[in-house]
Write a protein that binds this ligand. Structure first.
Ligand code: FAD
Length: 486
């Protein structure tokens, strides 16, 4: 049995801690914040609960290999999973188009909307169905893998989407709503293969939302860690990893504590670790990602509103255009608005919560972070302005909501930076562009044989399954090292 110290209690850290206990190790997980969760979080504002993470959890379908990992981690199991009928709906010029869970319905809706786009529509749907099979969740029973013949036949299709960004794919469609749909759900700069993966995940009942949402899932994982005998310390921020020769000897904490361990697993944003918590260089393959000009980081600003009615004019997440005059202030041409009718407990009876999310580029994230650091008043004014414009846009699009929505909270990349310490408030890793495959990077750190990484940054574009997988991988690596020692 080894003594393992894990830095960070987001999904990666909780996963590392749980798998360490399942392998029989002694484990302590140290979290800088007052609660374990990282980005898998939510919070109360009066009688309202704001959920800030899961839109879809890949691996809620029992046929998917991730499912058993979520069971190990206590994330699924005795909880219902909400599989919405639709994930995203784009509305433009009085017409709407939804990403339906029923892929045939989505195909039909697309074809009715724009028969002249038939070729691209059928190709898009075929691509999603092929990916479903590659993930082993295809077919009616969700258990049909892809045959070699189908894979060979489908390869040119996958290459097509691998090469195209969402923006480039959108240009191939003639109908403006189809163009809006393809280019806006995850943004123009993401690779279109990433969009197809989302479609494939949701349409194969493999991207549901566990009951209780994000914060509840994080707390189930934290409970699982403690029930298994792991130790979880909060308000425990690591500031220095001490090394002698090629081994980590101890970790220093902000509160003056020093802890020792046989192995240290770091789950924090690598950009905050190498060159500050340790003088060791970042692993080469990861450093390459940080230096790759095609890869960019992103974050978002959000608002949440209390809504006096739960009878809403839309369902799921809806995307709609904002007036041109707001483009430069909002840094976008559209808003993504989300409702939570699947969780009545988030609001008093008859009411509900609405949330918005607007992606921001790295530059815009850094600008907001700098503004908060240098001029708090100006930063607060900027947040108020963003919230006011957002509210105006919602009411303009849905006049029936006039007077019924009231601001609960606004948060920005600066909030993410304060809450998770990530360098520029990023809550995923790099955006996955076209012509790039999500190849995993190493967990080992050259120069310290007992220091391991377990972060979502090790596979673009990050996300919950990636974070949990690398927590598990770090422990598997330790198990191999221990076996070799024995
Ligand atoms: C709005 C939003 C929507 C999302 N939607 C989805 C979705 O639908 N599906 C999906 O799969 N993913 C989604 N994600 C992404 C997902 O939340 C992240 O990929 C995942 O939570 C990352 O987990 P992590 O453990 O790698 O990192 P983090 O969540 O960043 O956790 C790192 C933890 O380490 C702690 N820490 C950092 N430095 C230190 C230190 N020095 N000492 C001690 N502790 C430290 C931090 O406080 C934090 O708790 C979303 C995220 C957001 C914000």
């Amino acid at each position: 049995m080894a003594k393992i110290l894990v830095i960070g209690a987001g999904v990666a850290g909780l996963s590392a801690g749980i798998y360490a206990r399942l392998s029989g190790h002694d484990v302590t997980v140290c979290e800088a914040h007052s609660v374990p969760s990282g980005n898998l979080t939510g919070w109360q504002r009066g009688e309202y609960h704001i959920d800030n993470c899961i839109h879809w959890l890949t691996g809620t379908n029992p046929s998917d290999p991730f499912y058993s990992m979520w069971l190990d981690l206590g994330a699924l199991g005795n909880v219902n999973v909400h599989n919405g009928e639709r994930l995203y709906t784009c509305e433009l010029d009085g017409k709407s188009l939804s990403l339906w869970r029923d892929i045939e319905r989505m195909k039909r809706e697309m074809l009715e909307l724009s028969p002249e786009d038939e070729g691209e529509i059928l190709s898009f749907i075929r691509g999603a169905e092929l990916i479903e099979r590659l993930n082993n969740v295809g077919g009616k029973e969700h258990n049909e893998g892809v045959t070699l013949g189908k894979l060979i036949a489908g390869a040119p299709l996958l290459v097509k989407y691998y090469r195209l960004s969402c923006g480039e794919l959108a240009e191939r469609f003639k109908h403006p709503l189809l163009r809006f749909f393809i280019s806006s759900i995850i943004g123009r700069d993401f690779g279109s293969l990433a969009l197809l993966m989302i479609v494939a995940t949701f349409c194969s009942d493999n991207g549901g939302i566990p009951e209780g949402g994000s914060y509840a899932m994080a707390q189930r994982m934290a409970k699982r860690l403690c029930d298994l005998g792991g130790t979880l310390l909060t308000r425990k921020r690591a500031i220095r990893i001490n090394r002698s020769e090629n081994r980590v000897e101890s970790v220093d904490f902000e509160d003056g504590d020093r802890l020792t361990a046989d192995y240290v697993i770091v789950t924090a944003d690598p950009d905050t670790v190498f060159g500050s918590m340790t003088d060791l260089p970042m692993p080469k393959d990861l450093e390459k990602c940080f230096g790759d000009e095609r890869l960019f980081r992103f974050s978002a600003y959000h608002t949440a509103f209390a809504c006096d009615t739960n009878k809403l004019p839309f369902e799921g997440d809806v995307l709609f255009k904002v007036p041109i005059k707001y483009y430069s202030r909002l840094k976008t041409d559209h808003i993504t608005l989300r409702e939570f009718s699947h969780e009545p407990s988030y609001a008093p009876a008859g009411k509900t919560v609405l949330g918005t999310m607007t992606y921001l580029s790295e530059e815009d994230c850094l600008e907001l972070i700098r503004l908060r650091q240098t001029d708090r008043e100006a930063y607060n004014a900027r947040k108020r302005e963003l919230a006011e414009i957002t509210e105006r846009c919602i009411v303009r699009h849905y006049p029936e909501l006039e007077g019924k929505i009231h601001l609960l909270d606004t948060w920005t990349p600066a909030s993410y930076k304060r809450f998770t310490y990530s360098e520029m408030g990023a809550f995923m890793s790099f955006a996955l562009p076209g012509r790039k495959l999500p190849i995993p990077t190493t967990s080992r750190v050259k120069g310290a044989e007992n220091l391991l990484l377990a972060t979502q940054w090790q596979r673009i574009p990050g996300g919950l399954p990636t974070a949990a997988t690398f927590g598990k991988t770090a422990v598997e690596t330790i198990n191999k090292l221990e076996k070799r020692k024995a």
